[in-house]
Design a protein around this ligand. Sequence first.
Ligand code: DGL
Length: 296
Amino acid sequence: MRPNPFAPIPVNLPASSSAAPIGIFDSGLGGLSVLRAVRALLPAERLVYVADSRYAPYGQRDDDFIADRTLAICEWLVAQGAKALVVACNTATAQSIALVRERLSIPLIGVEPGIKPAALVSKSRVAGVLATQVTLRSARFQALVERHATDLRVLCQPGHGLVEAVERCDIGSAELLALLRTYVEPMLDAGADTLVLGCTHYPFLDTAIRSIVGERMTLVDTSVAIARQLERVLDQHGLRASGEPAGAGADDIRFCSTSDGAHLHELAAALLGLDANVERVVIPSRRTRELETNAA
Ligand code: DGL
């Protein structure tokens, strides 16, 4: 029998202290929208952010690839001393968070499309959801809809091409607007008054989306709710940093990218006003070792 690469392996974690950093990870730059909310709510916390941009978008990867990368990056963040982890990627959460929970005994926060808030705010009872194909077809997403949206018509639209646009720092070109129009106009025609941004890259597109939908839709972005959930979990574990804010500059946030980091630097400047010094990191995993071997 082939060994199961994801069989639980007890990992001995060092006892965490409240001064340790929080690890935040996304397939690429999208998790910066979550980092921004965490930084605003929990200014005393030190943060380590990993963008797996070399292998983004995850939405086009197979399930095993996403699980392999998610585990490898979470383990890497633990090895860097993280006291808690935020998987700031809907796709990785939908596909792999259960596996990470089995494997690592560390406070872990995932993200999921804001179906519940959409069900609370929609007056027309029709809501659109933009997310990756992997998120939309996941059992976790289906369960979310069944739990919170019984009297809501949910229009699911895979946002093909949107993660790629944000990864190249395109948040408002004419081509991007044309693509967005093909996604949201049919939702408006179907009576949707609410749009769930079900991917952490999409809050970067809120101005572009707003220019198409005007005031006809409420945009649901869960980044502030995720930061609050993180705050609760830190308190439960006695891990919340105390004292003065870690600082206003980029020094208290370690920005890491598996790619060259130029776009991470650009977006951190635009979004957070930070001149981030981006470290290029290599986080090997079974599937990327296979890719490198096949490419050689
Ligand atoms: N930010 C990720 C998410 O929330 C993007 C996934 C991808 O890389 O396709 O799903």
